[in-house]
Write a protein that binds this ligand. Sequence first.
Ligand code: ZN
Length: 186
Amino acid sequence: MIIASISHYFLGLNFFEYFIVILGAFASDFDVLFVKYATDHNHRMLITHSIIPGVFIMIIGIILNWNALILCGFCLFLHVFVDTFDWGTNLLYFPKKLVGFKFLITKDEFENLDKYLAQYKQNESFFDFKYYKCKACLAIEGILFIIMILFSVINALEYIIIIPLYFAGLFFHLSLHFKLKKIEAM
Ligand SMILES: [Zn+2]
């Protein structure tokens, strides 16, 4: 939404274009629907979490000379790049390897993941709890939220109607978090 609102300021996107730029930023995560086909049942091993879709869409955007599509591809790429920071992602796809900074997982946890996952009733809890316990992650979320609201109001007030999409995503993630907390506490 930050990128879309800045782009709108400079390029004057129509609503559909504004929407596809934002869609590019989270579309990759719908690959959870295909998680059963992924290596280790990790959706970040799928092609959708590599640089391939982002680069492909950017090239199509360049061929069609359509800025919104180039930005959509950039957001697809940015999502995958950001995913390298916490747990890593299958960035280059063909080596079939999670790469990235992996700030939220130690080397020991990464190499002996099964042992750590076994400490929880649900495997997701390991990842979910680590994320929500990370104060830097929550601070970044908060800062980006404030910037998003400010930029949307200043640069793209006419498209403010799209903000509930953010809250829908937030609600989805928080409800999952509290559900896992409940399950682990039982
Ligand atoms: Zn992702």
